[in-house]
Design a protein around this ligand. Sequence first.
Ligand SMILES: C[S@@+](CC[C@H](N)C(=O)[O-])C[C@H]1O[C@@H](n2cnc3c(N)ncnc32)[C@H](O)[C@@H]1O
Length: 216
Amino acid sequence: MHTGSRNRLTPQQVDLFPGDTLFARLARAVCGAGVLPRKELYEAWEVARRVHRRLRGGRVVDLCCGHGLLAQVLLLLDETATGALAVDTRLTDNHLLLADAVAAAWPRLQGRVAFRQARLEDVELFPDDLIVSAHACGDLTDTILTRAIEVGARVAVLPCCQVLRTHGDLDGWLDKALAVDVERAVRLRAAGYQIHTQAIPAEISPKNRLLLASPD
Ligand SMILES: C[S@@+](CC[C@H](N)C(=O)[O-])C[C@H]1O[C@@H](n2cnc3c(N)ncnc32)[C@H](O)[C@@H]1O
């Protein structure tokens, strides 16, 4: 199966995901909603399980959430999470169809994921929050790191669309986009965070660097 496909998963495809694993059950629920590109399922899953290995508990805040699946998978994996807030400036009806399908499969999620149409700059954050974001384009990822650092919250980002004009001084050695992400990691470390640099499989997305950080 091409895990990086942008084709939507549909109810006709539930048979692609047999078995009783958490992932298979999630994938079937996503198929039932019929709104999510296949790569988004795999991205959310691969990010969430790596985040879950290192960062647990508190409120999950998914910034630039799009469909919001990342927040929901984190709640599924982490029974100690208190709830989730998913924030985006542009929420379409699809996020509700998806959330309803997931909550139908896991009633314990019902009412625990709040969606807010807002700018990430305007959302109140707290030190106990677990801030996550997949593919917040360009400088949005830097704004998310700034907001996390301001309150001392844990943060995990999967950056994309790095803005190369603002970070040029490492690119004599490093690929330009990588230089941007290295600077982000160094910035978090300088702010007193313990960092972990990981990657999700490149066949799901070439924008696959995952940066995890928690205050020391
Ligand atoms: C590339 S999409 C990523 C969506 C989702 N996280 C995913 O992985 O599919 C970036 C999202 O950021 C949202 N966005 C852009 N500027 C924003 C802002 N200032 N605050 C919150 N969301 C914003 C856009 O509406 C869009 O849904």
